[in-house]
Ligand binder design. Sequence first.
Ligand code: PLP
Length: 405
Amino acid sequence: MTSLSLPLEIAGAASDDNPSSDLLGVYKRAPMRFVRGEGVELIDDNGKRYLDFVSGIGVNALGYGDSELEAALANALKSGLIHVSNLYRNDPAEELAATLVELSFASKVFFCNSGAEANEGAFKFVRKWARASGNAAKTEIVALRGGFHGRLFASLAATDRPSYRSPFRPLAGGFSICERDLRDLETALDQETVAAVIVEPVQGEGGVRVLDVGFLAGLRELTRERNVALIFDEIQCGLGRTGHLFAYERVNVIPDILTLAKPIAGGLPMGAVLMTDDIASAMNPGEHGTTFGGGPLVAAVAKHVVGRLSNPGLLAAVRENGEWMRERLDELVGKSDRIRTVRGVGMMWGIDVVEPAADIVRRAWGQGLLLLTAGEHTLRLLPPLVITRDDLGRGVAMLEEAIGA
Ligand SMILES: *Cc1c(COP(=O)(O)O)cnc(C)c1O
């Protein structure tokens, strides 16, 4: 395609619709081009600094230019092994799996390359498990209102976002979406036909909804009664984001299977499925696979990242800074009629605003602050977990300005 040269103001407002880009137009990209990262800031090609409350969508938990992470990556490269395939054993993958098993409820781990891929794997594992437990009709997977589980066919069928779903029908069969209500779930979770229910303990894309402890405990009880597997999708809320290594620890509700991705390998692509022995024992050689999953380079880096994110000092700081954020954001709600309400925990916050959230995100760029949305009228904050209170305060001040509070 020929490229047009546009005046700067127009280029600045353009996205992938911009004919000068050959990237498929599935993202409405911001005009900034980032060329460097330092700590909790990104620096664009004009040298402008942005405080990052996005973290590459919850990926860059350790921020940018972290010297220990860089050393782990450089060290992993020294073996000469980036990839060996899953036909052979490799130490970093086995060590990472052992670490995750040690730190969690799980007995076995499967590595893959993204969040959607982790959920798709989990769906296969629970179906196999439900079949193995005797009932051929026990195949259905139930997801919740407001849930997001990925963009592939099965994960999309479990995602409650009409605009993501409707252009691609028919979606994968065997999925349904239920209200976040125990009464409705009592009807939906039919013991004879339902294999699993998938839940984000803190819904991310769906508006940052911290699911109630009582609801999650009730769901655990119900799924146990009905012999339905409970899948926690902690791709966004797991690995320290709530101030606990796993979001399930905050509510003390233990799932049967749990998916991870976003921050796990410090920005390298990786997903993981953690599961009980019971579910793992239903799977046999040849029944699932992936070429790249758990390669030695990515696994070595993930081992470093999981070690850092499970540090009690870091988790305590996330909890304390999270409570401090709650106070700051509650103050904003009190001061401004342009904010309706605030929800969140740890370093994961949603702010319902009167204006379209995307307009505020755009104004914040001017201030030098990066924000996310989660729906049309919700701003979402996912700062790096290593952020200091000073930087949080600086961000909240810019946020206040951008909202016009
Ligand atoms: C981002 C996300 C996914 C999808 O992960 P990808 O790596 O983009 O496939 C799934 N579930 C949740 C909760 C997420 O936040």
